[in-house]
Design a protein around this ligand. Structure first.
Ligand code: ZN
Length: 338
């Protein structure tokens, strides 16, 4: 049977049960019609009402033919752990419990992706809780956590755990991307350019640092077709080919093989970007076995059907479209759908 699995969809709040993390003062926004305006760290943003209306999300997704959704919340744990005085592990647990509550209301056609901070060793215990008793289908982690990327030694125990347990990872940019202080407070640039830039930096660092040589079986699915990675791939390759002789050891490129060789070996992407030429390129570069359907529905309230149509209109075989719509996600997140 044909399905459409949306691996990239978010739900948050509305806040209930008081303010256990002590963050309400910093998170307060201003209602503008049905939406909420906020100005976190000087970056103005609109939270669309679709983000908090799970029932509406379900209806519009079903109308577009989507019959299964993986729910996550990319920003809350990373943002709230910066504000709250509680340990970051408690913040992650709080956010993950919220997702569990949401998917618990629609257990047949949704499942959760939980959040942890890969840079803190203690967070593996939370990953175990999520993937075990909580029955989450994978982990959604941010491309940088409070401005730090994920290729450093601090994250190695996490990557070792992910490789050993074959944990499905969904890599997503944070609310506040690196470079946000460089005039990104206008024109939604933090969202439109900053986040893909953060993703490109994060994945480029993983490749160039040799992370995938150290953990060769690692499989990572990157949101938004890899963000800004693809336009930089030729540069990563020529940088590697020209070598780093004369550069200090800390600055030299470490990966053993040409950077583009890691794309099909270790990476997967979703199709979110609402830009058909980039989706076609992602399929060509990563291969039809490494591309999954994702909409970012909720915070990005574009009709999910727009994403469905982009895949339907790709000049590829129907068999490959089925892989993108559900078969790849079914295998990657071990969903067991028939
Ligand atoms: Zn997203």
């Amino acid at each position: 049977m044909a399905h459409i699995i949306d691996i990239h969809t978010h739900h948050a709040g509305p806040p209930k049960g008081g303010d256990p993390l002590g963050v309400a003062h910093a998170m307060r926004g201003q209602m503008v019609g049905k939406n909420m305006f906020s100005d976190f760290k000087g970056l103005p943003g609109i939270a669309y009402y679709e983000l908090t209306n799970f029932q509406l999300q379900q209806e519009n997704s079903h109308k577009a033919g989507i019959d299964y959704r993986l729910m996550s919340n990319p920003f809350s744990a990373e943002v709230l752990s910066e504000i709250s005085k509680k340990p970051s592990i408690d913040v992650c647990k709080f956010c993950n419990d919220e997702i569990a509550e949401t998917v618990g209301t629609a257990p047949k056609d949704t499942a959760g992706l939980g959040t942890v901070n890969p840079l803190e060793k203690g967070h593996i215990a939370e990953a175990e809780r999520l993937l075990g008793p909580m029955k989450f289908k994978g982990l959604q982690i941010v491309t940088s956590w409070h401005g730090k990327f994920l290729d450093t030694e601090e994250a190695w125990p996490f990557w070792e755990y992910v490789q050993d347990k074959n944990v499905p990872i969904f890599l997503h940019p944070p609310r506040v991307p690196i470079g946000h202080e460089q005039q990104m407070d206008q024109y939604k640039l933090d969202e439109l350019v900053g986040r893909p830039f953060d993703t490109a930096m994060s994945v480029a660092r993983m490749i160039l640092s040799g992370l995938f040589d150290r953990f060769p079986k690692l499989q990572i699915c990157v949101a938004h077709m890899g963000g800004g990675l693809l336009p930089c791939m030729g540069r990563l390759d020529f940088g590697w080919r020209l070598g780093c002789e004369g550069m200090p050891e800390r600055a030299a490129i470490k990966c053993k093989n040409i950077p583009s060789s890691y794309l099909r070996k270790n990476l997967h992407v979703d199709i979110m970007g609402v830009w058909a030429p980039h989706v076609a390129e992602a399929v060509e570069v990563f291969g039809p076995d490494h591309v999954m359907f994702g909409t970012d529905y909720g915070p990005v309230p574009v009709d999910p059907k727009a994403h469905v149509d982009i895949v339907k209109n790709l000049k590829i075989s129907d068999a490959d479209k089925e892989k993108i719509f559900w078969k790849n996600a079914n295998a990657y997140f071990k969903l067991g759908m028939q």
